[in-house]
Design a protein around this ligand. Sequence first.
Ligand code: FES
Ligand code: FES
Length: 161
Amino acid sequence: METVPLSLQLNHRAITLKIAPSLLLIDMLREECQLSGTHQGCDTAQCGACTVLVDGRAIKSCNRLALQCANQSVLTIEGVAPNAHELHVMQQCFSRHHALQCGFCTPGFVMRALAMVHEDVPATPHAVREALSGNLCRCTGYEGIVQAICEGLEQLRRVDG
Ligand code: FES
Ligand code: FES
């Protein structure tokens, strides 16, 4: 099988891999890099469970070739917490508002929420619900997720100044 080199930043570390040109980003993360926190919930780019950040923007990794991320910075849920003993502020908000049940969708929601910090998304339930239109949850009814993201946006923007 033909392979090509790919260099990128993954969770704050520079890496180089040899991959098939047709490899999807989600498969690179899960199978080549053992980062199984990025979930696959559909094969139609609709559920958002596979959301990661590429250069700070939320994208669906099931809908992106790994090669398209050459020389870019990819952040997955495994790279979000500041250290092994502490959750990220947004993760703390999800925990505080009971914003998960089975947890399958949660990494995608957290990544989407982190992208919102630098988007023009007001920290209001209506705006957050609109911004979440590409992420589906089968368990929670969204109420806790929306509350968690509103609080997380307020806290993180305060820190950003
Ligand atoms: S697995 Fe990518 S959107 Fe569902
Ligand atoms: S918490 Fe189960 S799908 Fe969202």
